[in-house]
Design a protein around this ligand. Structure first.
Ligand SMILES: C[S@@+](CC[C@H](N)C(=O)[O-])C[C@H]1O[C@@H](n2cnc3c(N)ncnc32)[C@H](O)[C@@H]1O
Length: 337
């Protein structure tokens, strides 16, 4: 077997190995700078370290060295005395499409940071690190600690905003009278589906705190808001839509949710999962989220075969997989036999 890395740049192995370790420190610098509003202060223009230090109330010397460090990792460029954000750096601005500002805040917040610090617990036990550190499951914690729960729901809405129209366009939801978004968060995906398909009625099903902040706008008139747990029961509908819900859970819990979905499906209805499907060539995003789900919830990203097995164990049959112009795919399932 080859011992060569997949790095095509020809960088010496020790340098590459050091760069991998430095990734953790780069993430910490980026998180601290984003939290201190450095990136939003530079914005789409350019600023000197003095100007940024004054505007953000920071130590000028440390800030200047941190900006110099961010130049070497490709986040900023320097021209004369002023720094500007590169296209990569602009992804950390708050108000740009596809902003990673929310992800940055989570990196440095205790629920995420302290869980990842305990990845070795996952390695030893196969259990989520979150429960080990916080002595309760992730979603229970978010529900009880709204200072994290609220930004999490808002973050999910922002992330789903980008793919919602792509999912609504990729599939003929017009065949259904009722579409239930199971674990639908604040309802941004259901909104896109109802906007495109005037004949559909919606059901938004989630925990109370997510529904309190629903973003359906005028479409709330065509939507029933239902609070509950998908481990107990799921509302009846022609289409049960689950976006990035199954990846949160281990196989046993996923089978429980999918079994409840199968029981709630009207005759001839469909279960639609919106998930990444792990396949070669692997992507950093797919394999990062796979481990992230393990750390936070004991969940996983899955291959097509793994989805087919899960669905079969829940009395469903994987019918087909429909791509979207995004990392997300639609996995269509029907009642088996
Ligand atoms: C990863 S988020 C996905 C949200 C939304 N589908 C999206 O993609 O934007 C998982 C969702 O599952 C919800 N959830 C977690 N446990 C639940 C339960 N037992 N019953 C119903 N919803 C639950 C959370 O509140 C959250 O909104």
């Amino acid at each position: 077997m080859s011992t060569k890395t997949n790095d095509p740049s020809g960088t010496p192995p020790t340098t590459r190995a050091f760069d991998l370790l430095a990734g953790m420190f780069a993430a910490q610098v980026i998180a601290a700078m984003a939290t201190a509003q450095v990136f939003d202060t530079i914005g789409h223009g350019s600023k000197t370290p003095d100007e940024v230090a004054t505007a953000c109330g920071l130590d000028r010397n440390t800030l200047a060295r941190a900006l110099r460090f961010l130049e070497v990792v490709g986040v900023v460029n320097k021209d004369k005395d002023a720094y500007a954000l590169t296209d990569v750096g602009k992804c950390f601005l708050k108000d740009v499409p596809g902003s990673l500002h929310g992800s940055v805040s989570f990196i440095s917040a205790p629920p995420w940071r302290d869980s990842w610090n305990n990845f070795s617990h996952c390695l030893r036990t196969g259990e989520p690190a979150f429960d080990h550190v916080f002595k309760q499951p992730f979603f229970t914690y978010l529900d009880r600690n709204q200072e994290y729960g609220k930004p999490f729901n808002q973050y999910m809405t922002r992330m789903t905003t980008m793919v919602a129209p792509l999912v609504a366009d990729a599939y003929d939801f017009g065949q259904f009278k009722t579409v239930c978004d199971v674990g639908g968060g604040q309802g941004i995906l259901l909104k896109a589906v109802l906007e495109k398909h005037g004949g559909c009625k919606g059901i938004l099903f989630d925990m109370e705190n997510a529904l309190k902040e629903q973003v359906l706008g005028g479409l709330v008139d065509r939507t029933e808001l239902v609070t509950g747990s998908f481990f107990e029961k799921v509302p009846r509908a022609d289409c049960l839509l689950l976006k990035t819900v199954i990846h949160d859970w281990n196989d046993a819990n996923s089978i429980r949710i999918l079994t409840n979905c199968g029981e709630a499906l009207h005759k001839g209805g469909k279960v639609l999962l919106v998930e990444q499907v792990i396949e070669r060539p692997f992507t950093m995003m797919g394999l990062f989220y796979d481990l992230h789900m393990q750390v936070m919830l004991g969940g996983a990203e899955r291959t097509e075969e793994e989805f087919a097995q899960l669905l079969a164990a829940a009395g469903l049959k994987l019918n087909r997989i429909i791509p979207t112009p995004s990392p997300m795919k639609l996995i269509e399932a029907v009642a088996a036999g």
